[in-house]
Design a protein. Structure first.
Length: 202
């Protein structure tokens, strides 16, 4: 396994990543999270972001850095912590605001990563204009129309993805980023969504 950090801007290599490659990487990462969540003792990864996705020479993805992962508490409960840990821009609102942590908190993190994949932009970047520093806050309102969605998509993949696949990707992102954890899809459902997007694209 090569320790190439996945970066949608293409900085881990000199090439830009195609839509098909980005989708392949996303699906590989989702399988990893789905495996953690499906175990009898479910694991909350807690800090899912692009820097924790490692790629090999075939762009097969593996998730790494389990340093702050936690076992899920008993059903219906959450971890509560006063010390927030993780990467800024990826943490779910229930964790940031109330210090509560669920398996579905990882789903939110993946939603941010998928948004990065679609836009080619980082989750948080202070160099962007005022009001655009936080990718989620800035771009989600743009999902209300096809024209606005097209305006925030990575220009390097616009010709590689059909309007329907782009729309389905946006809808999946919004499902993952819903504020109420219980309303977010499971990682298995996210994988089904990515399979459907791939089928549209093919």
């Amino acid at each position: 396994m090569c320790s190439w950090v996945f970066n949608v801007a293409g900085n881990h290599t000199t090439e830009s990543l195609s839509w098909n490659t980005r989708l392949k990487i996303a699906k590989g990462a989702v399988r990893g999270l789905a495996f953690l969540h499906a175990n009898e003792n479910k694991v909350i990864f807690r800090d899912f972001n692009t820097s924790n996705i490692l790629l090999d020479e075939n762009y097969d993805a593996k998730i790494s850095d389990f340093g702050i992962a936690k076992l899920e508490p008993s059903e219906g409960q959450s971890h509560v912590t006063t010390k927030l840990m993780g990467t800024y821009g990826y943490a779910a609102p229930e964790y940031v605001i109330r210090g509560k942590l669920y398996v579905k908190s990882d789903v939110y993190g993946f939603g941010v990563v998928l948004l990065e994949i679609l836009t080619g932009l980082r989750a948080h970047d202070r160099r962007r204009p005022t009001g655009q520093e936080d990718l989620v806050d800035w771009t989600i309102p743009c999902f209300s129309s096809k024209e606005k969605l097209k305006s925030i998509m990575d220009g390097r993949i616009k010709d590689q993805i059909s309007p329907m696949a782009a729309l389905e990707s946006a809808q999946l992102i919004m499902k993952c980023l819903v504020h109420a954890p219980v309303l977010r899809p499971s990682m298995e459902q996210v994988l089904e969504g990515l399979d459907a997007i791939q089928h549209i694209h093919s």
